[in-house]
Design a protein around this ligand. Structure first.
Ligand code: VGL
Ligand code: ZN
Length: 210
Protein backbone atom coordinates (compact mmCIF):
# COMPACT_ATOMS: atom_id res chain seq x y z
CA UNK A 1 0.00 0.00 0.00
CA UNK A 2 1.20 3.48 -0.88
CA UNK A 3 0.70 6.17 1.75
CA UNK A 4 0.89 9.89 1.03
CA UNK A 5 2.80 12.03 3.55
CA UNK A 6 2.37 15.81 3.39
CA UNK A 7 5.14 17.54 5.29
CA UNK A 8 4.70 20.70 7.36
CA UNK A 9 2.32 22.77 5.23
CA UNK A 10 2.00 25.41 7.96
CA UNK A 11 1.62 29.17 7.97
CA UNK A 12 4.98 29.94 9.56
CA UNK A 13 6.80 28.19 6.71
CA UNK A 14 4.98 30.11 3.96
CA UNK A 15 5.29 33.44 2.21
CA UNK A 16 1.53 33.29 1.71
CA UNK A 17 0.92 33.71 5.47
CA UNK A 18 4.00 35.92 5.99
CA UNK A 19 5.40 33.21 8.24
CA UNK A 20 8.26 33.75 10.66
CA UNK A 21 10.32 31.14 8.76
CA UNK A 22 8.89 31.67 5.29
CA UNK A 23 10.53 29.40 2.71
CA UNK A 24 11.06 30.79 -0.82
CA UNK A 25 8.40 29.82 -3.36
CA UNK A 26 5.59 29.23 -0.88
CA UNK A 27 2.95 31.66 -2.06
CA UNK A 28 -0.76 30.89 -2.13
CA UNK A 29 -0.39 29.22 -5.55
CA UNK A 30 2.06 26.69 -4.13
CA UNK A 31 -0.22 25.79 -1.22
CA UNK A 32 -3.23 25.51 -3.57
CA UNK A 33 -1.29 23.14 -5.80
CA UNK A 34 -0.34 20.97 -2.83
CA UNK A 35 -3.99 20.98 -1.77
CA UNK A 36 -5.28 19.95 -5.20
CA UNK A 37 -2.79 17.13 -5.69
CA UNK A 38 -3.41 15.88 -2.15
CA UNK A 39 -7.17 15.80 -2.87
CA UNK A 40 -6.54 13.77 -6.01
CA UNK A 41 -4.46 11.21 -4.10
CA UNK A 42 -7.19 10.98 -1.49
CA UNK A 43 -9.92 10.55 -4.12
CA UNK A 44 -7.84 7.82 -5.76
CA UNK A 45 -8.11 5.91 -2.47
CA UNK A 46 -4.70 6.41 -0.92
CA UNK A 47 -4.27 7.03 2.80
CA UNK A 48 -3.03 10.58 3.42
CA UNK A 49 -0.98 11.53 6.50
CA UNK A 50 0.56 14.86 7.49
CA UNK A 51 3.32 16.04 9.76
CA UNK A 52 3.00 19.23 11.78
CA UNK A 53 5.95 21.03 13.40
CA UNK A 54 4.59 21.67 16.91
CA UNK A 55 6.96 23.41 19.29
CA UNK A 56 6.58 24.73 22.84
CA UNK A 57 7.23 28.51 23.08
CA UNK A 58 10.64 27.97 24.71
CA UNK A 59 11.85 25.35 22.23
CA UNK A 60 15.61 24.77 22.09
CA UNK A 61 15.71 25.39 18.30
CA UNK A 62 14.58 29.02 18.73
CA UNK A 63 17.31 31.67 18.82
CA UNK A 64 15.28 33.36 21.56
CA UNK A 65 16.08 30.40 23.83
CA UNK A 66 19.80 31.27 23.54
CA UNK A 67 20.45 34.82 24.79
CA UNK A 68 22.71 36.79 22.46
CA UNK A 69 22.34 34.40 19.51
CA UNK A 70 20.99 35.52 16.18
CA UNK A 71 18.57 33.58 13.99
CA UNK A 72 20.22 31.07 11.63
CA UNK A 73 23.35 30.81 13.79
CA UNK A 74 24.66 27.27 14.21
CA UNK A 75 25.44 26.09 17.73
CA UNK A 76 26.49 22.79 19.24
CA UNK A 77 24.02 21.12 21.61
CA UNK A 78 25.38 18.00 23.34
CA UNK A 79 27.64 17.54 20.31
CA UNK A 80 24.84 17.92 17.76
CA UNK A 81 24.79 20.86 15.39
CA UNK A 82 21.64 22.88 15.86
CA UNK A 83 20.57 25.74 13.62
CA UNK A 84 18.84 28.43 15.66
CA UNK A 85 15.61 29.37 13.93
CA UNK A 86 13.29 32.28 14.42
CA UNK A 87 10.47 31.12 16.71
CA UNK A 88 8.00 29.21 14.52
CA UNK A 89 5.14 26.74 14.69
CA UNK A 90 4.46 27.39 18.37
CA UNK A 91 1.72 25.07 19.59
CA UNK A 92 -1.82 26.45 19.18
CA UNK A 93 -0.72 29.65 17.40
CA UNK A 94 -2.00 30.71 13.97
CA UNK A 95 1.45 30.19 12.44
CA UNK A 96 1.46 26.54 13.46
CA UNK A 97 -1.89 25.80 11.81
CA UNK A 98 -2.01 23.48 8.83
CA UNK A 99 -2.97 25.30 5.63
CA UNK A 100 -4.79 22.26 4.32
CA UNK A 101 -8.13 21.35 5.85
CA UNK A 102 -7.18 18.69 8.44
CA UNK A 103 -10.24 16.63 7.45
CA UNK A 104 -8.29 15.63 4.35
CA UNK A 105 -5.78 13.76 6.51
CA UNK A 106 -6.25 10.30 7.98
CA UNK A 107 -3.84 11.29 10.75
CA UNK A 108 -1.64 14.24 11.68
CA UNK A 109 1.66 13.54 13.43
CA UNK A 110 3.17 16.26 15.65
CA UNK A 111 6.94 16.67 15.87
CA UNK A 112 9.36 18.81 17.86
CA UNK A 113 7.06 18.78 20.89
CA UNK A 114 9.84 18.23 23.46
CA UNK A 115 11.54 21.55 24.20
CA UNK A 116 14.94 19.82 24.54
CA UNK A 117 15.06 18.28 21.07
CA UNK A 118 14.52 19.37 17.49
CA UNK A 119 12.88 17.00 15.04
CA UNK A 120 13.36 17.59 11.34
CA UNK A 121 12.40 13.96 10.85
CA UNK A 122 8.73 13.10 10.91
CA UNK A 123 9.71 9.77 12.49
CA UNK A 124 11.76 10.65 15.57
CA UNK A 125 13.33 13.60 17.36
CA UNK A 126 17.02 14.22 18.06
CA UNK A 127 16.60 12.49 21.43
CA UNK A 128 15.49 9.32 19.63
CA UNK A 129 11.84 9.47 20.73
CA UNK A 130 9.43 8.28 18.05
CA UNK A 131 6.54 10.51 16.98
CA UNK A 132 3.95 7.86 16.18
CA UNK A 133 4.40 8.04 12.40
CA UNK A 134 5.66 4.44 12.32
CA UNK A 135 2.44 3.12 13.81
CA UNK A 136 0.29 5.22 11.45
CA UNK A 137 2.18 3.80 8.45
CA UNK A 138 2.06 0.24 9.78
CA UNK A 139 -1.66 0.48 10.50
CA UNK A 140 -2.20 1.18 6.79
CA UNK A 141 0.12 -1.61 5.60
CA UNK A 142 2.40 0.93 3.99
CA UNK A 143 5.21 -0.32 1.78
CA UNK A 144 5.88 2.90 -0.11
CA UNK A 145 5.72 6.50 1.13
CA UNK A 146 4.96 9.33 -1.31
CA UNK A 147 6.38 12.47 0.25
CA UNK A 148 6.25 16.22 -0.42
CA UNK A 149 6.13 19.57 1.37
CA UNK A 150 8.40 21.94 3.29
CA UNK A 151 11.36 22.08 3.73
CA UNK A 152 13.34 20.07 1.17
CA UNK A 153 16.61 20.55 3.04
CA UNK A 154 15.27 19.79 6.53
CA UNK A 155 12.03 17.96 7.19
CA UNK A 156 11.55 16.39 3.75
CA UNK A 157 15.18 15.27 3.70
CA UNK A 158 15.29 13.66 7.15
CA UNK A 159 11.85 12.11 6.83
CA UNK A 160 12.83 10.53 3.50
CA UNK A 161 16.13 9.22 4.91
CA UNK A 162 14.49 7.78 8.03
CA UNK A 163 11.73 6.19 5.94
CA UNK A 164 14.34 4.47 3.80
CA UNK A 165 16.20 3.42 6.95
CA UNK A 166 13.05 1.73 8.19
CA UNK A 167 12.73 -0.24 4.97
CA UNK A 168 10.03 1.73 3.17
CA UNK A 169 10.27 2.59 -0.49
CA UNK A 170 10.26 6.39 -0.64
CA UNK A 171 9.19 8.59 -3.55
CA UNK A 172 9.59 12.37 -3.29
CA UNK A 173 7.68 14.70 -5.62
CA UNK A 174 10.12 17.47 -6.48
CA UNK A 175 7.71 20.08 -7.86
CA UNK A 176 5.72 20.01 -4.60
CA UNK A 177 8.73 20.65 -2.33
CA UNK A 178 10.32 23.94 -1.33
CA UNK A 179 13.71 24.42 0.37
CA UNK A 180 15.11 27.01 2.77
CA UNK A 181 18.26 27.57 0.65
CA UNK A 182 19.42 26.45 -2.83
CA UNK A 183 22.77 24.89 -1.82
CA UNK A 184 21.39 22.82 1.04
CA UNK A 185 18.43 21.80 -1.13
CA UNK A 186 20.71 20.60 -3.96
CA UNK A 187 22.67 18.56 -1.44
CA UNK A 188 19.45 17.20 0.05
CA UNK A 189 18.22 15.94 -3.35
CA UNK A 190 21.58 14.21 -3.95
CA UNK A 191 21.58 12.69 -0.49
CA UNK A 192 18.02 11.37 -0.79
CA UNK A 193 18.75 9.93 -4.23
CA UNK A 194 21.93 8.17 -3.18
CA UNK A 195 20.16 6.75 -0.13
CA UNK A 196 17.66 5.12 -2.51
CA UNK A 197 14.75 7.54 -2.75
CA UNK A 198 12.97 7.85 -6.09
CA UNK A 199 12.71 11.50 -7.04
CA UNK A 200 9.93 12.32 -9.50
CA UNK A 201 9.23 15.70 -11.00
CA UNK A 202 5.43 15.74 -10.87
CA UNK A 203 2.60 13.99 -9.09
CA UNK A 204 1.54 12.39 -12.39
CA UNK A 205 4.90 10.60 -12.56
CA UNK A 206 3.92 8.52 -9.52
CA UNK A 207 1.23 6.79 -11.66
CA UNK A 208 -0.92 6.62 -8.55
CA UNK A 209 -3.99 8.41 -9.84
CA UNK A 210 -6.78 6.16 -11.00
C1 VGL B 1 11.75 22.57 9.75
C2 VGL B 1 13.22 24.25 10.23
C3 VGL B 1 12.76 24.27 11.53
C4 VGL B 1 11.16 21.64 8.76
C5 VGL B 1 11.29 22.59 11.05
O1 VGL B 1 10.17 20.99 9.11
O2 VGL B 1 11.68 21.55 7.63
N1 VGL B 1 12.72 23.38 9.35
N2 VGL B 1 11.79 23.43 11.91
ZN1 ZN C 1 10.80 23.56 13.73
Amino acid sequence: METILVVDIQGDFTEWKKGSLAVPGTGEDYVQEVLQITRRFKEAGHPVLATQDWHPADHISFHTSHPGKKPFAAVSLEGREQILWPPHCVQHTAGAALLIDPSLFDAVVHKGTDRRYDSYSGFEDDGGVWTGLDQELEKRNTTRIILYGIATDYCVRFTALHGLGRGYAVTVIESLCRGVAPETSTRAWEEMKSAGAVIVRDAGDTRLFS
